[in-house]
Design a protein around this ligand. Structure first.
Ligand code: IDP
Ligand code: MG
Length: 135
């Protein structure tokens, strides 16, 4: 079964959306095979998003993702990477389908409530980032 890495981001945790998002995960037949909660340091956040370091929004993205508690999940399902991206919707909630998590919950293109790995190889790297020490 394929695995992907999901994050419930600080804007969603702050607005007490963890329960409804996990409920959507389960209603959509993902198995949750690991979960942890933490707050990233600025350094850890910079490392996690390092592929975006040239982007104009990088500093603000790093500040945001480390601004509060996050919930990190390993999700399992056939085609999990693509299925989770589909349930989240695109980065910009204004362009997202009505039933997607980002359309329903995101505040804007940055404070967009959830993260998902963009490929199986990214998923593997991100799972290692958050859960590697526990294997
Ligand atoms: P993704 O989360 O849909 O994979 P990425 O392009 O990988 O989108 O960007 C990572 C995160 O950076 C986004 O989820 C969002 O929080 C933030 N972000 C992306 N594009 C912008 C932007 O144009 N302005 C501000 N923040 C952005
Ligand atoms: Mg991405």
């Amino acid at each position: 079964m394929e695995q992907t890495l999901a994050i419930i981001k600080p804007d969603a945790v702050r607005r007490q959306l963890v329960g409804v998002i996990i409920s959507e995960i389960e209603m959509n037949q993902f198995a949750i095979s690991a979960i942890r909660t933490l707050r990233l340091s600025l350094g850890q956040a910079a490392q996690f998003y390092k592929q975006h370091r040239e982007k104009p929004f990088y500093d603000s993205l790093v500040a945001y993702i480390s601004s509060g508690q996050i919930f990190v999940l390993v999700l399992e399902k056939e085609n999990a990477v693509q299925e989770w991206r589909g349930l989240m919707g695109p980065t910009d909630p204004a362009k997202a389908g009505l039933l997607t998590l980002r359309r329903r919950f995101a505040i804007d293109i940055q404070l967009n409530s959830v993260h998902g790995a963009d490929s199986p190889s990214t998923a593997s790297r991100e799972i290692d980032f958050f859960f590697g020490e526990r294997k």
